[in-house]
Design a protein around this ligand. Structure first.
Ligand code: B12
Ligand code: SF4
Length: 458
């Protein structure tokens, strides 16, 4: 059996490889005889001709696509190419978009089936059925008479350490490492990649949930420390990397795990510099101190905004602004670089409140900031609560650049774009202590390349 796995990312290339399909590929490689080809469109100059050529060259039984809502249009185009070049193949979508909107996805003309949620075991079972989705747990599909058959949901994998490491050898890791900008504040010349040590999140932020729960459940499942350290050794030996970023949603939630990991990483002395995402309310000096001794150089924090009312009423973030100040102080005391993620343009947020967020961000002693315009993703609580305020088609949403709301309850899109520009200018150029950072990026070739990629998102 031959399977093509496609990552239809043509906009906003980043240095983060598509771990979802690389996990699937690694699992199938180990557990079956299936032949897997990856078509990663991220760095292709002519992504669709590349795909057309690749899919025409062989006869595929299954063509799988990994789809975030932001990639909807490109995924549809890629699926049409799949049907055209391989009319007998099952075109199967997986990933966050297919998981939260399975019916809408199946209503698209070139999608035959969707895999809901975590899919290593689902895909293996499908291969075992010769590509026939009938009776495969976790799959919904279109029948010949045009109806949708919904197989029962797939239980979550209990032991994540039983999974093989992502098949990174199937993508262009050199290009990825050169484009990897996760730790630019610490050192733009680092060559690194992303790792995931856990799946699941217990929190309820409205702009995110229940998507993550539908994908990976509410309980955090964690790989063993030994398994993660093994992956790090592999990253060093196989790809010569010297840095990594944990992309886990709530990396520091299990203190004992993090402390054990840090102590053992320090002992192994692999020379890695690394970073992770943190929730401000979980930060303590003891924890970060142990991580710093093991090579931690940067933390990123979802701060979202400087107005408690918005954090509580709109985002249900369950963090108080004082937590953020305290966490940043601890990190700075340990000489860590800190990145902050902010959102502007929530429903009911006033211009004064956005200005407050901009001032709050600029005054915090953090090193990097990303300001995104609040976007209710279909399938989230924020979408359910505010969908009446949205104007336009979700496939046309541009998640980085413009507001999708069209209502007097939300600041106009043009004003938000202007405020976003103002936020970046104030943060980077009008704050003298950050100017050296900007200069640091612009004095190395790698730094400039990474900065150009980042700018696409601004
Ligand atoms: C790292 C990350 C990124 C990275 C890299 C993206 C990537 N996919 O590799 C970057 C920074 C580039 C990124 C950007 C964005 N991201 Co992002 N990102 C993540 C994060 C934190 C981890 C992704 C990951 O590697 N997961 C681990 C792997 C194993 O899981 P997975 O990819 O979902 O794959 C599993 C299943 O989904 C399924 N599956 C996946 N693909 C396929 C394909 C087939 C054929 C099958 C059968 C199954 C299948 O099986 C896999 C194994 O079990 C997730 C949150 C999360 N915890 O997953 C958000 C997440 C995917 N991002 C999200 C969003 C919204 C975005 C952005 C739009 C905006 C933003 N907020 O930054 C942009 C879009 C970029 C673009 N170019 O379009 C949402 C997606 C929601 C949605 N409805 O689409 C998520 C879920 C976060 C959230 N809770 O809202 N992101
Ligand atoms: S935003 Fe982060 S903490 Fe909140 S629910 Fe999503 S993953 Fe969990």
């Amino acid at each position: 059996m031959r399977i093509a796995l496609i990552f239809p990312r043509t906009q906003y290339p980043s240095g983060q490889p598509p771990l979802g399909i690389l996990y699937l590929a690694a699992y199938l490689r180990r557990e079956s005889d299936a032949q897997i080809d990856i078509f990663d469109l991220t760095f292709q100059r002519k992504p669709f001709s590349y795909l057309q050529k690749g899919l025409s060259a062989r006869r595929y039984d299954i063509v799988g696509l990994s789809v975030m809502t932001s990639m909807l249009r490109d995924a549809e185009r890629a699926s049409a190419i799949a049907h055209e070049t391989n009319p007998q193949a099952l075109v199967l979508w997986g990933g966050p978009h297919a998981t939260v909107l399975p019916d809408d996805t199946l209503a698209l003309p070139h999608v035959d089936a969707v895999a809901i949620g975590e899919a290593e075991e689902t895909l293996l079972e499908l291969v075992g059925h010769g590509g026939d989705p009938d009776g495969v747990t976790g799959i919904w599909y279109k029948t010949d008479d045009g109806n949708v058959r919904r197989n029962p949901p797939r239980p979550l994998i209990q032991d994540l350490s039983s999974l093989p490491w992502p098949a990174r050898d199937l993508v262009d890791m050199k290009t990825y490492a050169r484009a990897w900008y996760s730790l630019t504040a610490a050192d733009p010349t680092l060559m690194g990649t992303s790792i995931i040590t856990s799946r699941g999140c217990p929190y309820m932020c409205t702009y995110c949930q229940p998507t993550l729960r539908q994908l990976f459940g509410r309980k955090v499942r964690r790989r063993s420390v030994t398994d993660v350290l093994g992956e790090l050794v592999h990253l060093k030996e196989a790809f010569g990397l010297n840095a990594f970023m944990f992309e886990d949603d709530t990396f520091i939630i299990h203190r004992p795990w993090v402390l054990e990991f840090s102590a053992r990483l320090k002992e192994m002395n692999l020379g890695f510099r690394w970073g992770c995402n943190v929730r401000a309310d979980l930060v303590t000096e003891e924890l970060l101190g142990a991580m710093v001794e093991a090579g931690l150089v940067q933390i990123n924090m979802g701060i979202e905004c400087g107005t408690q009312r918005i954090l509580d009423q709109i985002y249900d973030k369950r963090i108080v602004i004082e937590d953020v100040r305290r966490a940043v102080d601890i990190a700075k005391h340990l000489e860590l670089k800190v990145g902050g993620y902010f959102m502007i343009g929530a429903p009911t947020e006033t211009k004064e409140e956005v200005e407050r967020t901009i001032r709050f961000a600029a005054r915090l002693p953090i090193d990097e900031a990303a300001f995104n315009i609040t976007t209710p993703l279909p399938g989230t609580h924020l979408w359910d609560q505010t969908r009446d305020l949205v104007g336009g088609d979700i496939a046309e949403f541009d998640y980085y650049h413009t507001s999708v709301y069209n209502s007097p309850q939300v600041l106009p899109a043009k004003m938000l774009q202007w405020l976003k520009r103002k936020a970046y200018l104030k943060f980077y150029l009008f704050s003298p202590r950050r100017v050296p950072n900007v200069l640091k990026w612009s004095t190395s070739r790698q730094g400039i390349h990474k900065m150009m990629l980042r700018m696409k998102r601004f």
